[in-house]
Ligand binder design. Structure first.
Ligand code: HEM
Length: 325
């Protein structure tokens, strides 16, 4: 038997094995998240070929990608819609893990997960500025003003992230470096640790959602592939029907009030609700710390459900407030 036939035989034997009975449909969310990370990195690399990270050329290079580069508009659309679906799936995966209480004895992996969530937030925030249109500029500048209002550390944070206290070419270059040079490596490193821990610790056995069907790995792989194709189809369709938009070129003298993307609405709502910026930032930090501490706070199932529902209600109300404002 040659090497190829041997690999095929081994693979076939593996695929015929039965999966553990507690592996259920919802485990697909983690896998799909992984697929979308791959889509974002691939389309991001393609966009980098034509993108210019300077205040003089950034907007024009995006315009060029969207209008002159072969299928540039589609790659840009996939990157933009893919990012939204990615965030949606990460949140769904987080809720799945939380409400199955799959963080039990997997505290470290939960913490790695929350770090991944923050990295994904940073990806979305730094990526938004790169198009350098009015919405990108004034949306990012609103955050700069919030950070500038935080006593003691505000200025230091701005110097580190913005490269100064104003939003200018320095900030654009820094955001670009974070978006394409730093965050992808941090994300890949964290995902590698995350998956290593999943394989080492095995999947948690939830009390609920126990599957009675005796599935094989082939069934699970096939289902996964179907959902991968389906999610990519959704992104493609959205990118074609609603191509990514580009507003007017960023004008530092032409103020424009802008609403943030849906995933930043809870933070926006909080800023609008609490006038004192220090108090607002402190409250948001408590929320993030609470998320980190969830496995220890939710030792009892009833407490975990209560806290989970409370957290969802708070985030939804803040988002609704941010939306209406
Ligand atoms: C880029 C982001 C992420 C990727 C690619 C990812 C991927 C995965 C995959 C493939 C699994 C195994 C299958 C499954 O349980 O769904 C998993 C499990 C897990 N994930 Fe994530 N994840 C991400 C973000 C998160 C976040 C934000 C959290 C929570 C804050 C989290 C917490 C966990 C935990 C605790 C497990 C183990 C669950 C169990 O044993 O059943 N992950 N992740």
């Amino acid at each position: 038997m040659n090497a190829l036939a041997r690999v095929r035989e081994l693979l076939r034997a593996e695929l015929r094995q039965r999966v553990p009975p507690h592996l259920n449909f919802w485990h697909i969310l983690g896998g799909l998240t992984l697929f979308l990370l791959f889509v974002e990195i691939t389309t991001g690399i393609l966009l980098m070929v034509y993108y210019r990270p300077s205040a003089d050329e950034a907007y024009e290079s995006i315009f060029y990608i969207m209008n002159d580069v072969q299928l540039g508009w589609l790659i840009h659309g996939i990157h933009s819609w893919g990012a939204q679906l990615f965030i949606l799936l990460v949140l769904a995966h987080l809720l799945r893990v939380y409400f199955h209480e799959a963080y039990r004895e997997r505290e470290l992996n939960w913490v790695i997960g929350v770090l991944l969530l923050l990295v994904i937030g940073a990806f979305a925030f730094t990526g938004a500025l790169l198009v350098w249109d009015q919405k990108a500029f004034w949306g990012t500048d609103a955050v700069r003003r919030v950070i500038a209002g935080v006593p003691l550390v505000g200025k230091a944070i701005l110097y580190f992230l913005w490269g100064g206290t104003e939003l200018d070419a320095n900030a654009l270059l820094r955001f670009y470096v974070f978006h394409v040079g730093l965050l992808p490596w941090v994300a890949i490193g964290l995902v590698a640790i995350h998956l290593y821990l999943v394989s080492r610790q095995g999947l948690f056995q939830p009390k609920t959602f126990r599957s009675s069907a005796q599935e094989t790995y082939a069934d699970v792989v096939l289902r996964g592939l179907i959902f991968v194709i389906l999610s990519f189809g959704i992104i493609l369709t959205l990118a074609v029907i609603f191509p990514a938009e580009l507003g007017g070129r960023a004008d530092p003298l032409g103020y424009q009030s802008v609403k943030p993307a849906w995933y930043f609405l809870p933070a926006y709502g909080l800023v609008k609700l609490i006038a004192n910026k220090t108090a607002g930032v402190a409250l948001a930090s408590v929320g993030v710390l609470g998320l980190f501490a969830a496995p220890w706070l939710g030792r009892n199932s009833w407490v975990a459900w209560g806290l989970g529902m409370l957290g969802i209600a708070a985030v939804a109300l803040l988002a609704a407030y941010g939306w209406r404002w």
